[in-house]
Every structure is written in structure tokens, then in C-alpha cells.
Ligand binder design. Structure first.
Ligand SMILES: NC(=O)c1ccc[n+]([C@@H]2O[C@H](COP(=O)([O-])OP(=O)(O)OC[C@H]3O[C@@H](n4cnc5c(N)ncnc54)[C@H](OP(=O)(O)O)[C@@H]3O)[C@@H](O)[C@H]2O)c1
Length: 222
């Protein structure tokens, strides 16, 4: 199975590429609006993996080509660009594609970061509104700290709630995550829970900003 990281050149994309590259055998494509940038990032990720004794293939493509080849497509772009990105890759999507949204709308204030969802209710629901009707959409990874997972030397133990209205699509994502060391995907119910899940992230960032010693927090449900 192939996983495409659309916008895989950014912070979360790097973390996911490195963890997926180290811990799983899935075929991986780093997507970007710019083929050259995708290739440079894929090469840098391969170098980092080699430093950790993992020599594996990592492909690079424009976002649309990356999505066309993949079964799981992670929309790892800032929330404001989710709509145009889904529209750009739309010809590559079909009912066999699982479209994954990790994006969270947030705004910064003096006393912390606030959840700032789009009118759709959540970014995941915005993706559902934008994508073709037959493409299953899953919200996942919204609360996974990108910079922290990009450090392969760090042992992590975090959960990521997974939301969506297609049980089959959620299962695909949960199965992918189950191969990652230290990250557990938990079924968080239907799409209507997406706002609750996305709201965890600004809350965690606020905790980290307001309390010394809290950096790149994750959550664990025990
Ligand atoms: N960073 C985290 O720790 C983290 C954790 C959980 C969830 N998230 C969510 O994951 C998503 C990605 O986060 P990130 O921190 O990786 O973002 P980022 O580094 O700011 O950006 C990711 C990629 O988005 C692409 N991009 C930038 N502007 C764009 C535009 N106008 N149109 C289309 N693509 C554009 C860029 O790729 P190209 O220039 O190569 O096209 C960029 O490398 C966000 O929605 C964020 O809310 C992030």
C-alpha cells in the first residue's frame, strides 16, 4: 500500500515520513506543489533514515501525482490551504482513496492559542465538503507533535484520536498507525466529533506556552 504525504515537505510531513519510513514497509511518496522541493525533502528524509540504519526508498512527486498513486493521502498542509489543495488533487481521488486530514485551525493570543474552526465546523468537515462525495475522509494526527516525532532519537508514547463516518476508512488509518512505534490511533467516533478532536491541539499548545517544562505535548488515554 502506498501513502502520499501531500505537503510532506513541512513539519508534520517530515515527522510522519521519518516514522513511517523507519517503522513500516508502506511505499511512501513525499508530495509538494514543487517537484524539486519534494525530491530534495525525500532525499533529506532518506539521509536521516540512513543515519538510523534504515535504507529505504522514498518517492517524490507533485501533490497531484503523489495522490494519484496512493491509497492513503495525508493532507499535511496549513488549514487555510486545505480547500485549494483538495481541489488541486481532486482528479487523483476516488472511492478507493482514504483522505486524511490532520489540520487544525488556530489563532494565537496573548493568553494562549485558541481553536479557530472554519464555518464547516472543523477542518475535517471542510475537507468532506470539498472532496468528491465518494471519497472517504478521516481526521487523524491533529494532535501529533510534528517536531517531536521528527526526532527519531526520541521515544514517544502518544495517542491520536481518529474520526470519520466510514468505519472501513478509519480502520485503514488505525492499521497504518498501529505499525508506528509509540503512536496509537484510537477510534474517536463519527465526523461530528472532529471539532472536539481538533480542539485538543490548541489546548496542548496553550498548556506548553503557559507552563514551564511543557514542550510539544501529546495526549495518552489511559
Ligand atoms: N506541525 C505540527 O506539529 C502539526 C501537528 C499536528 C497537525 N498539524 C497540522 O498539519 C498540517 C501541516 O502542518 P505543518 O506544520 O507541517 O505545516 P507547514 O510546515 O507550515 O506546511 C506544510 C506544507 O504545506 C505546503 N503549503 C504551504 N503553503 C501552501 C499553500 N498556499 N497551498 C498549498 N500548500 C501549501 C508546503 O509544501 P510545498 O511548499 O512543498 O507545497 C509546506 O511544506 C497543518 O494543517 C497543521 O494544522 C501540524
Amino acid at each position: 500500500m502506498r501513502i502520499a504525504l501531500v505537503g510532506g515537505t513541512g513539519e508534520l510531513g517530515e515527522g510522519l515520513a521519518l516514522r513511517l519510513g523507519r517503522d513500516t514497509g508502506f511505499e511512501l511518496t513525499i508530495g509538494s506543489r514543487d517537484q524539486r522541493k519534494a525530491s530534495e525533502c525525500a532525499e533529506a528524509y532518506r539521509r536521516e533514515l540512513r543515519r538510523h540504519d534504515v535504507d529505504r526508498r522514498m518517492d517524490a512527486a507533485t501533490n497531484e501525482s503523489a495522490a494519484a498513486e496512493a491509497t492513503v493521502v495525508v493532507l499535511s498542509v496549513p488549514p487555510y490551504y486545505v480547500t485549494e489543495t483538495v481541489e488541486a488533487i481532486e482528479p487523483a481521488l476516488d472511492s478507493e482513496t482514504v483522505l486524511v486530514s490532520p489540520a487544525v485551525g488556530m489563532s494565537g493570543h496573548d493568553d494562549g492559542v485558541r481553536y479557530n474552526p472554519p464555518p464547516a465546523g472543523s477542518v475535517t468537515e471542510l475537507v468532506v465538503e470539498t472532496a468528491p462525495d465518494d471519497v472517504p475522509v478521516v481526521g487523524a494526527f491533529a494532535n501529533v507533535p510534528g517536531a517531536r516525532i521528527a526526532n527519531l532519537d526520541e521515544r514517544i508514547e502518544i495517542d491520536t484520536p481518529v474520526v470519520g463516518d466510514s468505519s472501513a476508512a478509519k480502520e485503514v488509518v488505525i492499521d497504518v498507525v498501529s505499525e508506528l512505534d509509540g503512536i496509537r490511533a484510537v477510534d474517536a467516533g463519527p465526523l461530528s466529533n472532529a471539532a472536539a478532536v481538533e480542539a485538543i491541539t490548541p489546548f496542548l499548545i496553550t498548556l506548553a506556552q503557559q507552563n514551564e517544562g511543557f514542550v510539544d505535548l501529546g495526549v495518552k488515554f489511559v
